[in-house]
Design a protein around this ligand. Structure first.
Ligand code: KG4
Ligand code: ZN
Length: 339
């Protein structure tokens, strides 16, 4: 089964072709980062308009680069939520109507399910059940993944998402947008131990997260010092250490609580090198394995949507003819394919 996947939930226009027998055939991505950079964050209306401009040419490029024609497709999958409603509507409208025109089934996919199962695109796939740490600009959660479509949320952020905290901290330090890569670059030259930031929510039991306090701590520290390059690097390092430590501490608790031996990390913050190193140490200490998708499949991409779309279409699922999106949608509402 050959499936076209479309992702337009936020600021990346992304498409991919996934074949049930041959795996991923190709993927294409256009990032709107430069468009939003001058505003210091994603402007929803601009995002939606840019998806309109970029999506159709990107699909054309994907088809010609893989030597496939639209007529070869057996189904189309597109992200319907969670995300920005105007942006989601672009992918859902084009995907739904293209499928109608071709006379093939279409299916709306949960963006976070795409991230959760992205490590299955790699040769070294995790076995079910596994733990998943989803860390992006919009979400911070730990989930127990019993199988495809069988998710229990063990903990999540009570306020800001960790990626959002990286973005806000970077803005406070004048490091630009997106903040995650900027903070981790600055942290490379930071002085270990100059600042010690609190590890949020780690002094009490449970698996929830909180990042707004860390943001305030960063703001107060920045306000109390002259922000020369070294101080900025030192604060970036202290922030990154605190933000990643709190994730690692919760992952350790979740491994011990569930007894699961595999931990999958997904979402944009999963690209953070310091987090990757700390989780590798954790896995070693706990006798577990940590699986990362390749960096381009950690951030938003079309491959993860084509992949989940293929699993669900093969399970006999498909959507009705109307175009609808679900900007807010819990992972726990999902069911295994076909159920
Ligand atoms: O998954 P993603 O591409 O988009 C969604 O939010 O769905 O994640 C984007 C987030 C941004 O907040 C960005 O700052 C963060 O991931 N990010 C990073 C790194 N690369 C991206 N955070 C920390 N370190 C990084 N290297
Ligand atoms: Zn995402």
């Amino acid at each position: 089964m050959l499936v076209l996947g479309i992702e337009t939930s936020c600021d990346e226009t992304a498409v991919a072709l996934y074949d049930s027998e041959q795996g991923l055939l190709g993927h294409r991505l256009y990032s709107q980062v430069a468009l939003h950079a001058e505003y210091g964050g994603v402007v929803p209306e601009l995002a939606a308009r840019d998806h309109i401009r970029k999506l159709e040419p990107l699909i054309g490029d994907l088809m010609s680069s893989t030597g496939r024609k639209l007529a070869d497709l057996d189904g189309i999958a597109y992200t319907v939520g969670p995300g920005l409603s105007g942006a989601l509507l672009v992918g859902a409208s084009l995907g739904r109507s293209l499928a109608w025109g071709l006379g093939i089934p279409a299916i709306g996919i949960h963006h976070m399910e795409g991230h959760l199962l992205a490590p299955m695109l790699e040769a070294d796939k995790p076995d079910f059940p596994f733990l998943a740490l989803l860390v992006s600009g919009g979400h911070t959660l730990l989930a127990d993944v019993a199988g495809v479509g069988d998710y229990t949320i063990l903990g999540e952020s009570l306020d800001d998402a960790v990626g959002e905290a990286f973005d806000k901290a970077a803005k406070l330090l004048g490091l630009g947008y997106p903040g995650g890569p900027a903070i981790s670059r600055a942290a490379e030259t930071g002085t270990p131990g100059r600042f010690d930031f609190p590890r949020p929510m780690t002094d009490r039991p449970g698996l929830d997260f909180s990042y707004s306090g860390l943001k305030t701590f960063t703001l107060t520290t920045a306000n109390n010092h002259d922000l020369d390059d070294q101080t900025i690097a030192d604060i970036a390092l202290a922030f990154q250490d605190a933000a990643t430590d709190s994730l690692v501490i919760k992952c350790r608790r979740a491994i011990r609580k569930t007894g699961h031996r595999a931990l999958v990390v997904a979402g944009g913050v999963g690209a953070n090198q310091s987090l990757r190193e700390k989780l590798a140490v954790l896995a070693d200490e706990e006798g577990a394995r940590v699986h990362f998708p390749r960096p381009e499949f950690c951030t938003d991409n079309g491959a993860m949507i084509a992949h989940v779309g293929c699993l669900r279409l093969q399970g006999g699922e498909h959507d009705a003819l109307d175009v609808s999106v679900r900007p807010r949608w819990s992972l726990e509402d999902l069911r295994p394919p076909g159920q």
